[in-house]
Design a protein around this ligand. Structure first.
Ligand SMILES: *Cc1c(COP(=O)(O)O)cnc(C)c1O
Length: 404
């Protein structure tokens, strides 16, 4: 059993008030909160060893380089990558996806096909549309059903030897659905296609094993896994990272530069042009240590309890409909009440101290599928409590009374 009082005491922000009420933070799917140990790592860096990495011979630079590379090793271990240089530091999931999408432009021919899913975040749709425009490749979509699950029989039909790439998120940020990525990857490999998994929403809840999954690429952002914003990773199999051209030119990513020709640095530096988010990378490693010290089995168990409790309580409200009802989902509840606009509910519950998200959650195609403008989304983390869910339910009831 987790000691929730002790855990909550480790997150300073959970003590604050909003509009005179204790904060109830249910926007974890947009960004998670940060424990003291991660905040301390950030402060320690700027207090004690702020310096540029990989270049200097002086002591501070070496200390910063060691810590940064130590973080890369922690990330390698967490995701079970075979080699540390298969872990590329980026500014986040969006940046990671763009590195792959831009790189594939040189590997695709006209008429090649790319498959994405109906459950994607905009950051996993737009780069592929841009890639198709540039290369003449064709974008195909795995459709979704009423429960918010991918229709796998339709995937079998659109998959062919023309398919070069498949891009699917591990967990949907709008609905919480956990997608059957093992099956998606296996079937893509049967036709020789590569697979990129967007793990941004899965990683706070699930510890992925990229070798066991056999993912060609896997991407994530630190800020959704109890770390800081502005840093994330691109994991890629060595053979794929070698095939892809660099994304940005600049310092750190070269071996030799003359005006005639530049040769690129070895992995991972080929994809890490310029001064990175050094402090962020180090803090990302500390955040993963923290999550592992709680344990992902414990995190999952706790979050499922909260999900089941909240689902039951919310469904008891007359006229409330939940979108995304798969049995296989993380602790996200997207809902609407009758014809009330989600924004109006979000505004009222915020006045009462409750942070939820409203809108299309960067997933307009999902909202179009359900023919709604958006939803109210409450997303839970292991540090949330049933008492907080009671506050949510009561504030939603109040909002409903005021608005209908
Ligand atoms: C948050 C999120 C992204 C974008 O992540 P950034 O950190 O904003 O780059 C992409 N995909 C999913 C599923 C997400 O939840």
């Amino acid at each position: 059993m987790l000691d929730i009082d002790k855990i909550r005491a480790e997150f300073p922000i959970l003590k604050r008030e909003v509009n005179g009420k204790p904060l109830v933070y249910f926007d974890n799917a947009a960004t998670s909160q940060t424990p003291q140990i991660v905040i301390d790592a950030i402060v320690d860096y700027y207090y004690n060893y702020n310096a540029n990495i990989h270049r200097g011979v002086h002591t501070l630079s070496q200390e910063a380089t060691d810590k940064y590379e130590e973080a890369r090793l922690k990330i390698q271990k967490h995701f079970n990558a075979k080699k540390s240089f298969e872990v590329i530091f980026t500014s986040g999931t969006t940046h990671s996806i763009n590195i792959v999408a831009t790189g594939f432009a040189s590997l695709l021919d006209k008429g090649d096909e790319i498959i994405v899913s109906a459950l994607e975040h905009h950051s996993n749709i737009v780069p592929w549309q841009m890639l198709c425009e540039r290369t003449g490749a064709i974008l195909k979509v795995i459709p979704m059903n009423e429960e918010g699950e991918l229709v796998m029989s339709a995937y079998d039909k659109i998959l062919s030897d023309k398919t070069k790439l498949v891009f699917v998120n591990h967990v949907s940020n709008a609905l919480g659905t956990i997608n059957p990525i093992e099956e998606i990857i296996r079937k893509a490999h049967n036709v020789g296609a590569a697979v990129l998994i967007d793990g941004a929403q899965a990683c706070p809840h699930i510890k992925p094993d990229v070798q066991k999954l056999d993912a060609d690429f896997y991407v994530a952002s630190a800020h959704k896994i109890y770390g800081p914003t502005g840093v994330g990773i691109l994991y890629g199999k060595e053979e794929w990272l070698n095939k892809l051209p660099p994304y940005q030119g600049g310092g750190e990513m070269i071996k030799e530069v003359t005006f005639e020709k530049t040769t690129y640095a070895d992995l991972p530096h080929k994809f890490e042009a310029g001064t990175p988010n050094i402090c962020g990378g180090i803090a990302f490693g500390v955040a993963l240590d923290y999550a592992n010290s709680i344990g992902f089995d414990e995190i999952e168990k706790r979050e499922m309890e909260l999900l089941n409790y909240a689902t039951k309580k919310l469904l008891a409200i007359d006229g409330l409909k939940i979108y995304g009802t798969s049995n296989n989902k993380t602790a996200v509840i997207s809902f609407n009440i009758d014809k009330i606009h989600p924004y109006d509910i979000g505004t009222i519950v915020d006045k009462l101290g409750v942070a939820v998200r409203t809108g299309h959650h960067c997933t307009q195609p999902i909202m179009d599928f359900y023919k709604i403008p958006g939803t109210v989304r409450a997303s839970f983390s292991f540090y949330n409590t049933k008492e907080e869910i009671d506050v949510l339910v009561n504030t939603v009831k109040k909002a409903k009374m005021m608005l209908s």
